[in-house]
Design a protein around this ligand. Sequence first.
Ligand code: G3I
Length: 358
Amino acid sequence: MKHRIVLALVVVVLVTFSILFRASAIPSIPAVASETSSTSLRALAQKRGINIGAAVDFAPLQNDPDYRAVLTREFDIMVPENAWKFEYVHPTRGHYDFTQVDALMAFAKANNLKMRGHPLAWHHLIPPWVTKGNFTRDEWIAILREHIETLVGRYRGQVYIWDVVNEAINRDGSLRDTIWLRNIGPEYIDLAYRWTHEADPQALLFYCDYATEELGQKSDAVYDLVRGMLQRGVPLNGVGFQAHLGLSYAPKLKSLAKNFKRFGELGLEVQFTELDVKVQDGVGSWDSRLVEQGKVYAGLLKTCLEAQTCTAFTTWGFTDRYTWIGDLTGLGEAPLIFDKSYRPKPAYDAIKDVLQTE
Ligand code: G3I
């Protein structure tokens, strides 16, 4: 009898330790004292009928309280900058690592942020077990299908939008020669959207690309691609315009408006999905460049608000402290709307002015 009691106690202790260890192994992101403000970007954007979002990097979200505070106060969409990418979430065959995405999803829910899923079928950050694999076409199809169904199925009903296929078109309008195109054929695009919709019928499905903001060869090709998908009955809800811009290459707003209009006439939503505006390529003093940067952001937002089907304005990061854009000339780049000390820049004020001016 005594042995049984001791054995039971040992089992209880071991189970308790394993639960505690597993809990500690999931990198939790500290909670944020919810600070709502009627003049925050998210509050003002909501009044104008759009969402405003930002890409988030896992490390600062976990370690930097100012990062968490500004994100939750000012934005209502978050998109993991890298956590959902193939190399990180599906590093070896049959093995998935959702620790970061689970923590990000929990944070999004706790702070009433919509979660944007990014990306599913993309050509970057594909792990060697895929790129160096020697598979039949059926195996390639099975690999992409399992990847998509596993990622989308795990978060069924929790993701606002999936960037299903990302950057599939070249600047000349041809299909990008990606690992998926080479090994499956152009059908990979329709298949990716059909698999995603089956795995989560609630999520909105977007096609995203860059250098597509104005009317031109590349945006024409995106238009033809999505129009064909709609004609084939492929589930698709919108097009994301990444808008990685600079002071020397901001889109002409009339062309952007016409571009948004034609996609809207297909019944598709349009969104800015990865906005940043470099200042290194500008002229004049640093301060004058930041003012110019604000004018670019403001013009894009105005065009979005005036478009019938523009539903969100998402930047790729939100503070110059954490941006993917490396230091181009040693002066540091400053492409976002908060500076490295989380102070609002002229771009923040310009965006706020647009949101407050009906
Ligand atoms: O995590 C590793 C780290 O362990 C290692 O020490 C370090 C140095 O090698 O690399 C780290 O991984 C880097 C990762 O960012 C996280 O910082 C990758 O090398 C680097 O390639 C990766 O860059 C990301 C890039 O996509 C990948 O192509 C950028 O952060 C991310 O902002 C960028 O985002 C893309 C969108 O997904 C799609 N649209 C274009 C946009 C900008 O390129």
